[in-house]
Design a protein around this ligand. Structure first.
Ligand code: PLP
Length: 390
Protein backbone atom coordinates (compact mmCIF):
# COMPACT_ATOMS: atom_id res chain seq x y z
CA UNK A 1 0.00 0.00 0.00
CA UNK A 2 1.45 3.37 -1.04
CA UNK A 3 0.33 5.67 1.80
CA UNK A 4 1.88 8.82 0.33
CA UNK A 5 0.01 8.20 -2.92
CA UNK A 6 -3.25 7.85 -0.98
CA UNK A 7 -2.58 11.21 0.67
CA UNK A 8 -1.88 12.76 -2.70
CA UNK A 9 -5.06 11.38 -4.17
CA UNK A 10 -7.50 11.79 -1.28
CA UNK A 11 -6.26 14.38 1.21
CA UNK A 12 -6.90 18.09 0.84
CA UNK A 13 -3.62 19.76 0.18
CA UNK A 14 -3.38 21.89 3.35
CA UNK A 15 -0.09 20.63 4.81
CA UNK A 16 3.49 20.40 3.58
CA UNK A 17 4.07 16.82 4.62
CA UNK A 18 7.62 15.50 4.66
CA UNK A 19 9.55 12.42 5.78
CA UNK A 20 8.58 8.76 5.99
CA UNK A 21 5.31 7.10 6.98
CA UNK A 22 5.30 6.65 10.75
CA UNK A 23 3.71 3.61 12.30
CA UNK A 24 4.39 3.73 16.03
CA UNK A 25 5.81 5.77 18.88
CA UNK A 26 7.12 5.27 22.39
CA UNK A 27 8.38 8.05 24.64
CA UNK A 28 10.56 10.38 22.60
CA UNK A 29 10.90 7.86 19.76
CA UNK A 30 9.05 7.17 16.53
CA UNK A 31 9.34 4.29 14.07
CA UNK A 32 8.64 4.41 10.35
CA UNK A 33 7.18 1.66 8.19
CA UNK A 34 10.67 0.43 7.30
CA UNK A 35 11.63 -0.05 10.94
CA UNK A 36 13.81 3.09 11.15
CA UNK A 37 13.88 4.82 14.52
CA UNK A 38 13.55 8.60 14.88
CA UNK A 39 14.23 10.81 17.88
CA UNK A 40 11.21 13.08 18.30
CA UNK A 41 12.06 16.32 20.10
CA UNK A 42 8.81 17.93 18.97
CA UNK A 43 6.29 15.18 19.74
CA UNK A 44 2.96 16.05 18.18
CA UNK A 45 3.73 19.80 17.81
CA UNK A 46 3.84 19.92 21.59
CA UNK A 47 0.72 17.80 22.15
CA UNK A 48 2.46 14.62 23.31
CA UNK A 49 3.82 16.28 26.42
CA UNK A 50 4.40 12.88 28.11
CA UNK A 51 5.98 11.42 24.97
CA UNK A 52 4.24 8.94 22.70
CA UNK A 53 2.02 6.29 24.26
CA UNK A 54 2.88 6.89 27.92
CA UNK A 55 1.89 3.64 29.69
CA UNK A 56 -0.20 5.52 32.30
CA UNK A 57 -2.17 7.25 29.54
CA UNK A 58 -2.58 4.04 27.51
CA UNK A 59 -3.92 2.32 30.64
CA UNK A 60 -6.59 4.92 31.51
CA UNK A 61 -7.71 5.20 27.88
CA UNK A 62 -8.11 1.43 27.76
CA UNK A 63 -10.11 1.46 30.98
CA UNK A 64 -12.28 4.41 29.99
CA UNK A 65 -13.22 3.17 26.50
CA UNK A 66 -14.65 0.07 28.14
CA UNK A 67 -16.63 2.15 30.63
CA UNK A 68 -17.95 5.28 28.93
CA UNK A 69 -16.60 7.15 25.94
CA UNK A 70 -19.02 9.91 25.16
CA UNK A 71 -21.98 11.67 26.70
CA UNK A 72 -23.62 14.91 25.63
CA UNK A 73 -23.12 17.99 27.75
CA UNK A 74 -26.71 18.16 28.99
CA UNK A 75 -25.94 15.16 31.23
CA UNK A 76 -23.72 14.82 34.29
CA UNK A 77 -20.59 12.66 34.44
CA UNK A 78 -17.78 12.67 36.95
CA UNK A 79 -14.75 12.74 34.63
CA UNK A 80 -15.44 16.25 33.34
CA UNK A 81 -16.30 17.65 36.76
CA UNK A 82 -13.12 16.20 38.28
CA UNK A 83 -10.96 17.65 35.52
CA UNK A 84 -12.54 21.10 35.88
CA UNK A 85 -11.86 20.91 39.62
CA UNK A 86 -8.24 19.88 39.02
CA UNK A 87 -7.57 22.74 36.57
CA UNK A 88 -9.08 25.30 38.95
CA UNK A 89 -7.22 23.92 41.98
CA UNK A 90 -3.95 24.21 40.05
CA UNK A 91 -4.62 27.69 38.61
CA UNK A 92 -7.02 30.35 39.98
CA UNK A 93 -10.65 30.53 41.16
CA UNK A 94 -12.46 29.88 37.90
CA UNK A 95 -15.03 27.91 35.95
CA UNK A 96 -14.16 25.81 32.92
CA UNK A 97 -15.67 25.10 29.50
CA UNK A 98 -14.27 22.17 27.51
CA UNK A 99 -13.80 22.01 23.76
CA UNK A 100 -11.63 20.02 21.37
CA UNK A 101 -8.87 22.20 19.96
CA UNK A 102 -6.90 25.32 20.74
CA UNK A 103 -8.70 27.42 18.17
CA UNK A 104 -12.09 26.33 19.45
CA UNK A 105 -11.33 27.51 22.98
CA UNK A 106 -9.92 30.78 21.61
CA UNK A 107 -13.32 31.20 19.90
CA UNK A 108 -14.88 30.71 23.32
CA UNK A 109 -12.62 33.41 24.78
CA UNK A 110 -13.61 35.82 21.98
CA UNK A 111 -17.30 35.13 22.52
CA UNK A 112 -16.90 35.55 26.26
CA UNK A 113 -15.14 38.89 25.71
CA UNK A 114 -18.03 40.11 23.57
CA UNK A 115 -20.44 39.17 26.36
CA UNK A 116 -18.26 40.98 28.87
CA UNK A 117 -18.34 44.08 26.66
CA UNK A 118 -22.15 44.01 26.72
CA UNK A 119 -22.49 45.18 23.11
CA UNK A 120 -20.55 48.38 23.76
CA UNK A 121 -16.98 47.11 23.91
CA UNK A 122 -15.78 44.40 21.56
CA UNK A 123 -12.23 45.16 20.42
CA UNK A 124 -9.48 42.74 21.41
CA UNK A 125 -5.83 43.76 21.25
CA UNK A 126 -3.53 40.96 20.11
CA UNK A 127 0.23 40.88 19.57
CA UNK A 128 2.29 41.01 16.40
CA UNK A 129 3.52 37.54 15.40
CA UNK A 130 0.96 35.84 17.60
CA UNK A 131 -0.73 32.60 16.62
CA UNK A 132 -4.15 31.62 17.96
CA UNK A 133 -5.46 29.12 15.40
CA UNK A 134 -7.24 28.80 12.07
CA UNK A 135 -10.96 29.13 12.74
CA UNK A 136 -12.35 32.52 11.81
CA UNK A 137 -12.20 34.22 15.20
CA UNK A 138 -8.84 32.69 16.11
CA UNK A 139 -7.47 33.54 12.67
CA UNK A 140 -8.66 37.13 13.01
CA UNK A 141 -6.90 37.32 16.40
CA UNK A 142 -3.68 35.97 14.87
CA UNK A 143 -1.53 38.99 14.07
CA UNK A 144 0.35 37.50 11.10
CA UNK A 145 -1.02 38.58 7.75
CA UNK A 146 0.32 35.52 5.87
CA UNK A 147 -2.34 33.35 7.53
CA UNK A 148 -5.20 35.81 6.99
CA UNK A 149 -4.55 37.23 3.53
CA UNK A 150 -6.39 34.64 1.41
CA UNK A 151 -9.44 34.78 3.67
CA UNK A 152 -10.14 38.50 3.92
CA UNK A 153 -12.39 40.10 5.01
CA UNK A 154 -11.59 38.78 8.45
CA UNK A 155 -13.67 39.31 11.57
CA UNK A 156 -13.81 42.93 12.74
CA UNK A 157 -12.68 44.03 16.18
CA UNK A 158 -9.03 43.02 16.42
CA UNK A 159 -6.17 45.47 16.88
CA UNK A 160 -2.54 44.54 16.56
CA UNK A 161 0.07 45.83 19.04
CA UNK A 162 3.82 45.25 19.09
CA UNK A 163 4.77 42.40 21.42
CA UNK A 164 6.69 43.47 24.53
CA UNK A 165 5.86 47.13 23.88
CA UNK A 166 3.50 48.59 26.46
CA UNK A 167 3.24 51.96 24.71
CA UNK A 168 2.22 50.21 21.48
CA UNK A 169 -0.50 48.39 23.43
CA UNK A 170 -1.74 51.61 25.02
CA UNK A 171 -1.87 53.33 21.63
CA UNK A 172 -4.34 50.67 20.43
CA UNK A 173 -6.77 51.06 23.32
CA UNK A 174 -10.05 52.78 22.43
CA UNK A 175 -13.36 53.15 24.31
CA UNK A 176 -14.38 49.94 22.50
CA UNK A 177 -11.50 47.83 23.84
CA UNK A 178 -12.63 44.89 25.95
CA UNK A 179 -9.64 42.56 26.20
CA UNK A 180 -6.02 41.81 25.50
CA UNK A 181 -5.05 38.36 24.26
CA UNK A 182 -1.46 37.12 24.26
CA UNK A 183 0.85 34.15 24.39
CA UNK A 184 3.39 34.61 27.19
CA UNK A 185 5.85 32.81 24.95
CA UNK A 186 4.95 33.11 21.29
CA UNK A 187 5.31 29.64 19.82
CA UNK A 188 4.62 29.73 16.08
CA UNK A 189 5.91 33.31 16.10
CA UNK A 190 9.41 32.05 16.85
CA UNK A 191 9.74 31.46 20.65
CA UNK A 192 9.49 35.07 21.82
CA UNK A 193 9.26 35.54 25.59
CA UNK A 194 7.11 38.24 27.14
CA UNK A 195 9.14 40.43 29.52
CA UNK A 196 8.21 40.34 33.17
CA UNK A 197 7.81 44.11 33.49
CA UNK A 198 5.70 44.30 30.36
CA UNK A 199 3.33 41.56 31.53
CA UNK A 200 2.98 43.22 34.92
CA UNK A 201 2.20 46.59 33.32
CA UNK A 202 -0.33 45.04 30.94
CA UNK A 203 -2.03 43.20 33.76
CA UNK A 204 -2.26 46.30 35.94
CA UNK A 205 -3.63 48.34 33.05
CA UNK A 206 -6.30 45.72 32.34
CA UNK A 207 -7.29 45.63 35.99
CA UNK A 208 -7.58 49.40 36.18
CA UNK A 209 -9.56 49.81 32.95
CA UNK A 210 -11.75 46.73 33.24
CA UNK A 211 -10.20 44.92 30.27
CA UNK A 212 -9.98 41.14 30.25
CA UNK A 213 -6.44 39.78 30.41
CA UNK A 214 -6.49 36.58 28.35
CA UNK A 215 -3.52 34.24 28.10
CA UNK A 216 -3.30 31.69 25.31
CA UNK A 217 -1.52 28.77 27.00
CA UNK A 218 -2.25 26.29 24.23
CA UNK A 219 1.47 25.75 23.66
CA UNK A 220 2.97 27.02 26.93
CA UNK A 221 0.64 25.20 29.32
CA UNK A 222 0.87 21.84 31.11
CA UNK A 223 4.41 22.15 32.42
CA UNK A 224 6.08 23.14 29.18
CA UNK A 225 7.95 26.09 30.78
CA UNK A 226 8.75 24.34 34.07
CA UNK A 227 5.61 25.73 35.73
CA UNK A 228 2.25 24.06 35.17
CA UNK A 229 1.02 27.21 33.42
CA UNK A 230 3.36 29.82 31.93
CA UNK A 231 1.57 32.70 33.67
CA UNK A 232 2.92 31.25 36.94
CA UNK A 233 6.36 32.48 35.85
CA UNK A 234 4.99 36.01 36.25
CA UNK A 235 3.59 37.91 39.24
CA UNK A 236 0.08 37.89 37.75
CA UNK A 237 -3.09 35.86 37.32
CA UNK A 238 -5.13 36.07 34.12
CA UNK A 239 -8.88 36.59 33.81
CA UNK A 240 -9.08 33.91 31.15
CA UNK A 241 -6.68 31.10 30.25
CA UNK A 242 -6.93 28.86 27.20
CA UNK A 243 -5.39 25.37 27.32
CA UNK A 244 -5.04 22.62 24.76
CA UNK A 245 -2.18 20.57 23.19
CA UNK A 246 -0.56 18.93 26.26
CA UNK A 247 -3.83 19.03 28.21
CA UNK A 248 -4.80 15.68 26.69
CA UNK A 249 -1.28 14.41 25.92
CA UNK A 250 -2.60 13.02 22.63
CA UNK A 251 -6.38 13.07 22.91
CA UNK A 252 -8.14 16.17 21.54
CA UNK A 253 -9.26 18.40 24.38
CA UNK A 254 -9.09 22.09 25.16
CA UNK A 255 -10.28 24.26 28.02
CA UNK A 256 -11.51 27.80 28.44
CA UNK A 257 -10.77 28.75 32.04
CA UNK A 258 -12.63 31.87 33.17
CA UNK A 259 -12.15 33.78 36.42
CA UNK A 260 -15.05 32.91 38.71
CA UNK A 261 -15.81 36.57 39.43
CA UNK A 262 -16.97 37.19 35.85
CA UNK A 263 -18.68 33.93 34.93
CA UNK A 264 -22.25 34.98 35.74
CA UNK A 265 -22.69 36.71 32.37
CA UNK A 266 -22.68 33.42 30.47
CA UNK A 267 -25.99 31.54 30.43
CA UNK A 268 -27.15 28.13 29.17
CA UNK A 269 -27.47 28.07 25.40
CA UNK A 270 -24.88 30.77 24.71
CA UNK A 271 -22.04 28.37 23.95
CA UNK A 272 -21.70 24.61 23.43
CA UNK A 273 -19.69 21.80 21.90
CA UNK A 274 -20.98 18.33 21.01
CA UNK A 275 -17.70 16.55 21.64
CA UNK A 276 -16.19 18.94 24.20
CA UNK A 277 -14.96 17.35 27.43
CA UNK A 278 -16.19 13.80 26.84
CA UNK A 279 -15.59 11.20 29.57
CA UNK A 280 -12.81 9.73 27.42
CA UNK A 281 -10.76 12.89 27.00
CA UNK A 282 -11.38 14.37 30.44
CA UNK A 283 -10.45 11.13 32.22
CA UNK A 284 -7.27 11.04 30.12
CA UNK A 285 -6.46 14.67 30.88
CA UNK A 286 -6.95 14.12 34.59
CA UNK A 287 -4.30 11.41 34.35
CA UNK A 288 -1.95 13.86 32.61
CA UNK A 289 -2.08 16.07 35.72
CA UNK A 290 -1.46 13.05 37.96
CA UNK A 291 1.49 11.86 35.90
CA UNK A 292 3.07 15.32 35.82
CA UNK A 293 2.93 15.33 39.61
CA UNK A 294 3.88 11.68 40.17
CA UNK A 295 6.88 11.84 37.85
CA UNK A 296 8.00 15.26 39.10
CA UNK A 297 7.87 16.56 35.53
CA UNK A 298 7.79 20.27 36.33
CA UNK A 299 11.21 20.00 37.94
CA UNK A 300 12.42 17.78 35.10
CA UNK A 301 11.18 20.24 32.46
CA UNK A 302 13.12 23.00 34.15
CA UNK A 303 16.30 20.96 34.70
CA UNK A 304 16.32 19.48 31.20
CA UNK A 305 15.32 22.83 29.71
CA UNK A 306 18.22 24.59 31.42
CA UNK A 307 20.51 21.80 30.23
CA UNK A 308 19.51 22.09 26.55
CA UNK A 309 19.59 25.87 26.77
CA UNK A 310 23.22 25.73 27.97
CA UNK A 311 24.14 23.24 25.24
CA UNK A 312 22.44 25.32 22.56
CA UNK A 313 24.31 28.39 23.82
CA UNK A 314 27.58 26.49 23.30
CA UNK A 315 26.47 25.75 19.72
CA UNK A 316 25.68 29.43 19.26
CA UNK A 317 29.27 30.34 20.12
CA UNK A 318 30.52 27.81 17.55
CA UNK A 319 28.23 28.52 14.60
CA UNK A 320 28.00 32.15 13.50
CA UNK A 321 24.63 31.66 11.78
CA UNK A 322 22.98 31.03 15.18
CA UNK A 323 21.90 34.52 16.20
CA UNK A 324 20.09 33.77 19.43
CA UNK A 325 18.95 30.98 21.75
CA UNK A 326 15.50 31.62 23.24
CA UNK A 327 13.19 29.69 25.49
CA UNK A 328 12.03 28.61 28.89
CA UNK A 329 11.83 25.06 30.18
CA UNK A 330 11.29 22.69 27.30
CA UNK A 331 10.11 25.33 24.83
CA UNK A 332 13.19 26.30 22.89
CA UNK A 333 14.11 28.12 19.71
CA UNK A 334 17.24 28.98 17.78
CA UNK A 335 17.07 32.17 15.75
CA UNK A 336 19.24 31.72 12.66
CA UNK A 337 20.50 34.06 10.01
CA UNK A 338 19.60 31.27 7.54
CA UNK A 339 16.36 29.81 6.28
CA UNK A 340 15.52 27.20 8.94
CA UNK A 341 13.45 24.89 6.70
CA UNK A 342 16.40 23.15 4.92
CA UNK A 343 18.08 22.54 8.28
CA UNK A 344 14.89 21.02 9.65
CA UNK A 345 14.79 18.71 6.60
CA UNK A 346 18.46 17.78 7.13
CA UNK A 347 17.65 16.88 10.75
CA UNK A 348 14.74 14.75 9.58
CA UNK A 349 17.00 12.94 7.11
CA UNK A 350 19.28 12.20 10.04
CA UNK A 351 16.29 10.90 11.99
CA UNK A 352 15.72 13.81 14.32
CA UNK A 353 12.26 15.42 14.41
CA UNK A 354 12.17 19.13 15.33
CA UNK A 355 10.64 21.93 13.27
CA UNK A 356 11.18 25.24 11.56
CA UNK A 357 8.92 28.14 12.35
CA UNK A 358 8.73 31.79 11.42
CA UNK A 359 11.22 31.25 8.54
CA UNK A 360 14.45 31.48 10.54
CA UNK A 361 13.70 29.69 13.82
CA UNK A 362 14.39 26.05 14.65
CA UNK A 363 12.06 24.96 17.42
CA UNK A 364 12.10 22.14 19.95
CA UNK A 365 9.23 21.13 22.25
CA UNK A 366 10.53 17.89 23.80
CA UNK A 367 8.36 15.69 26.00
CA UNK A 368 8.60 16.65 29.68
CA UNK A 369 10.05 13.21 30.44
CA UNK A 370 12.81 13.37 27.82
CA UNK A 371 16.12 12.07 29.16
CA UNK A 372 19.49 13.81 29.17
CA UNK A 373 20.84 11.05 26.95
CA UNK A 374 18.06 11.59 24.40
CA UNK A 375 18.70 15.32 24.41
CA UNK A 376 22.43 14.67 23.90
CA UNK A 377 21.67 12.42 20.93
CA UNK A 378 19.43 15.11 19.42
CA UNK A 379 22.01 17.83 19.97
CA UNK A 380 24.67 15.67 18.32
CA UNK A 381 22.53 15.31 15.19
CA UNK A 382 21.74 19.03 15.25
CA UNK A 383 25.42 19.87 15.45
CA UNK A 384 26.26 17.55 12.54
CA UNK A 385 23.64 19.43 10.48
CA UNK A 386 25.12 22.77 11.54
CA UNK A 387 28.64 21.58 10.62
CA UNK A 388 27.46 20.70 7.14
CA UNK A 389 25.77 24.10 6.79
CA UNK A 390 28.94 26.07 7.63
C1 PLP B 1 -0.56 29.41 21.03
C2 PLP B 1 -1.51 28.65 20.16
N1 PLP B 1 -2.82 28.97 20.20
C3 PLP B 1 -3.73 28.32 19.45
C4 PLP B 1 -3.34 27.30 18.61
C5 PLP B 1 -4.37 26.59 17.78
O1 PLP B 1 -4.57 25.31 18.27
P1 PLP B 1 -5.31 24.21 17.38
O2 PLP B 1 -4.42 23.91 16.23
O3 PLP B 1 -5.47 23.06 18.31
O4 PLP B 1 -6.60 24.79 16.96
C6 PLP B 1 -2.00 26.94 18.53
C7 PLP B 1 -1.55 25.88 17.63
O5 PLP B 1 -0.40 25.66 17.37
C8 PLP B 1 -1.06 27.64 19.33
O6 PLP B 1 0.24 27.33 19.30
Amino acid sequence: MDIKKLYQQYSLNTYTRVGPVFVKGKGSWLWDDKGNKYLDLLPGWGVSILGHCHPGIVKVINQQVKKLMHLPNNLFFKEQALLAEEIVKKSFPAKVFFANSGAESIEGAIKFSRLFGRGKRYEIITMRNSFHGRTFGALSATAQSKYKKPFRPILAGFKEAKFNDFESFKSKVTPRTVAVLLELIQGEGGINLADRGYVKQLRQYCQKHSLLFIVDEVQTGMGRTGKLFAYQNYPIKPDIMVLSKGLGAGVPVSALVVNKAITDIIKPGMHASTFGGSPLVTRTSLEVFKIIERENLLVKAKTMGDYVYRKLSVLKDKYPFIKEVRGKGLMLGLELSLDAQPLFLDCLNKKLVINATHKTVLRMLPALNVSRDELDQGLEILESVFKAAL
